[in-house]
Design a protein around this ligand. Sequence first.
Ligand code: AVJ
Length: 321
Amino acid sequence: MNMAASPMRAAPPIDEAFYSDVLQGLHREQKSLPCKYLYDETGSRLFERICELGDYYVTRTEAAIFEQHLPEMAHCIGPRAVIVEPGAGNCEKVRPLLESLENPAAYIPIDISPEILLAARADIEHRLPGLPVEAAVGDFTCMEAWPTADGTAGLRQVIFFPGSTIGNFDPQQARALLAHFRSRLKRGDGLLIGTDLVKDSVVLERAYHDSAHVTADFNKNLLARINRELDADFDLSLFAHRSFYHPLRQRVEMHLVSLKSHCVSIGGERIAFREGETIHTENSHKYSLAGFAELLRDTGFSPLAHWSDAKQHYAVHYAQA
Ligand code: AVJ
């Protein structure tokens, strides 16, 4: 029988993993939702708008560091390198890097979205004709997503991980992720990684609570997404965006605060919210230069170089495996 043609099946199937992650998170004492769900199509579009905000220094500062120091980075990486980019996204960051490398051997983007990978491949093949692009579909935090190194044996591999994406991982997860990266590399391979730095909390809090309220929309879109995809009835006007810097944990935390006591139904399950109760939606960890170098050493890397901006807001590190 063709189930797809049955009228009972007209609604799109729900994503079971998303549904169980959401319920599990909302049944916790401190309610929380995995931050990866912030980045659906709408969320990714809102995040791109965040990157253009005057208040959000991260993207702009990193881009300026790359622009200024690409030749030195290319020198660290050396000729005939294979660039592996976990969570590739759009190619705006890797393209200038690939263009400044001496004779790069291949580009391997890894992403959960096949559409993103197709676009990435088209873009790179157009801009750098002749450079092999070997896209790998999957979650880059899982071993299985990583392509086997057959075709690239004997060549230097460099993992490119920009955008302070490492900041989304708590210290233990960040350590595990870097150790995972290290396990994919052989001695002499490299890691080029961007981290946001510890700084004045006023600058940090403005970046995550911008005056145009784009970050608030980005945060609240998670509830809209749950409504859209999981048959829920969150009233977005009953939640407010809150973000703050936690100096001890060295991270900006993003939450959604319930403005009054009420209940929400998600696929038939009822979740109670007290007035003032929050859902923790994202962490953005900040590092000191010394602290990150230590983390690199602890996970089997030798930090060789780093580049920062004049205000020391952000850093890009090159470490050797
Ligand atoms: C994509 C994780 C780098 O932490 O700055 C920006 C996400 N969230 N504003 C960051 C984010 C709200 C961003 N990262």
